[in-house]
Design a protein around this ligand. Structure first.
Ligand code: 5GP
Length: 334
C-alpha cells in the first residue's frame, strides 16, 4: 500500500493500554504505547481518536491504530484527577474545591493555581521534529540518576578520557578564590547579591548552598562550552531538567538507572561501599520515582550494571548525536 503522509510526530508523555480504555470505540483498533515512544500521527480527522503508528514500525504502517487525541486525553485525565483525589482531612470533600494536588516541591507550589492552569500539568503529547546536531555546536549532555547509580563516576570518566571533546561548565560561587584559582577557570567568583540577582533572573540551571556559600551552574556557562565546540557534561537533579530544557541549549538527557538491588550491592562492594538492604532498596525506589515523574524527559536510559559496559553504551549514544538525527521538541526549533 502507498505510504500515507504523516500529520505530525509526537512523543508520548504517558503510557497507554487500549485494553484498559473503556472509551475506545473498538478495542482491537487501539495502539498501545509507552511513555517516551515517538508516534507518527497519520490522521487527526477525529479529534478524539487520532490514527498513529510507532516509530520503528515505519515499514509497517498497517500497524497503525487509534490513540486518544490530545485535548480528549487532557480533559479526561483532568476530570479523573479532580474527581478522584479527595481531601484526606475531609474525605467527603473533593480536592479541587480546596487544593488540586499536593505540590511536588514546596518552592514551586503556587497556591493561586486553579483548575484551568492545572490542565497544563496533565501529560499528553509533545510535538517533535528530527534535528541534526550542528557540527560545531554540540548538544550538552545531562546525566541524571539517583545517588549510587554511578552517573557522577561515568561523567568523570568521560571528562578524563577525552578532555578535548568533553568539558564541564565553569560554576559560579560566592566563596572567595583560593591562592591558585583564577576567575573564570575554576569558578566565576561573584558576590552574593549578584548571585541572588542572577537566580531571580532565571540564569541558573541549578544552585545550592554549601558551607554558607552559594554554588551554581548558569545557562551561559553551559552555552560557552557548546559554543567552543565541546560537549558539556552536566550531572543534574531531575528538578533542573525543566529549566535546562526551556533554555535553547537543546540538551540530551540520559538517565543512568541502577541495576536491581542484589547486583547493585555486588557492584558497590567492589568499590568498598557496603550499603544496607534498605539503602539499596531506596536507590531502586528513587530511580522508579524519577522515571515516573520525569521519564518523559529522558532521551535515553542506560542501566549501569557494569561500569565498562555502561561507559561504552554512553559513548555510543553520544556518537549517534553526531551521526544520526534525533527527535527534539518542535518548539526548540522555532
Ligand atoms: P569547593 O568550595 O571546595 O570548590 O567546593 C565545595 C562544594 O561546592 C563541592 O563539593 C560541591 O558540593 C559544591 N559545588 C561546586 N560546584 C557546584 C555547582 O555548580 N553547583 C552546586 N550545587 N554545587 C557546587
Amino acid at each position: 500500500p502507498a505510504h500515507r503522509q504523516t500529520v505530525m510526530h509526537v512523543r508520548a508523555n504517558f503510557s497507554y493500554d487500549p485494553a484498559d480504555d473503556p472509551y475506545l470505540p473498538c478495542r482491537e483498533l487501539g495502539l498501545a504505547f509507552q511513555k517516551g515512544d515517538i508516534l507518527h500521527v497519520l490522521s487527526q480527522d477525529d479529534p478524539n481518536w487520532w490514527q498513529a503508528y510507532k516509530d520503528g514500525d515505519d515499514d509497517n504502517q498497517r500497524l497503525a491504530g487509534l490513540i486518544p487525541g490530545k485535548s480528549f486525553q487532557q480533559q479526561r485525565e483532568t476530570l479523573k484527577k479532580t474527581t478522584t483525589e479527595r481531601n484526606p482531612d475531609n474525605p467527603g470533600k473533593l480536592w479541587y474545591t480546596k487544593k488540586i494536588k499536593k505540590p511536588r516541591k514546596k518552592s514551586f507550589y503556587n497556591p493561586s493555581r486553579n483548575v484551568e492552569s492545572y490542565t497544563e500539568d496533565v501529560l499528553t503529547y509533545e510535538e517533535m521534529t528530527l534535528y541534526h546536531q550542528a557540527g560545531n555546536r554540540k548538544r550538552p549532555i545531562a546525566l541524571i540518576g539517583p545517588a549510587h547509580s554511578g552517573h557522577d563516576d561515568l561523567r568523570q570518566r568521560l571528562l578524563s578520557v577525552e578532555p578535548g571533546r568533553f568539558a564541564g561548565a565553569v560554576p559560579h560561587t560566592t566563596r572567595s578564590p583560593r591562592a591558585h584559582e583564577l576567575n573564570g577557570r575554576e569558578y566565576h567568583f561573584v558576590s552574593r547579591s549578584n548571585f541572588e540577582a542572577d537566580v531571580a533572573a532565571g540564569k541558573f540551571i541549578e544552585y545550592g548552598e554549601y558551607e554558607r556559600n552559594l554554588y551554581g551552574t548558569s545557562v551561559d556557562s553551559v552555552r560557552q562550552v557548546a559554543n567552543a565546540g565541546r560537549i558539556c557534561l552536566l550531572s543534574l537533579h531531575t528538578r533542573s531538567l525543566c529549566v535546562l530544557r526551556s533554555s535553547n541549549l537543546k540538551p540530551y538527557v540520559i538517565f543512568i538507572a541502577p541495576p536491581p538491588p542484589d547486583q547493585l550491592r555486588t557492584l558497590l562492594s567492589k568499590e568498598g561501599k557496603n550499603l544496607q538492604s534498605e539503602d539499596l532498596k531506596e536507590v531502586t525506589q528513587k530511580a522508579r520515582e524519577m522515571e515516573q515523574n520525569y521519564g518523559h524527559l529522558f532521551d535515553a536510559v542506560v542501566v549501569n550494571s557494569d561500569e565498562d559496559m555502561a561507559f561504552f553504551q554512553l559513548l555510543r549514544l553520544i556518537e549517534k548525536l553526531d551521526t544520526q538525527p534525533q527527535w527534539v521538541p518542535s518548539s526548540w526549533l522555532c
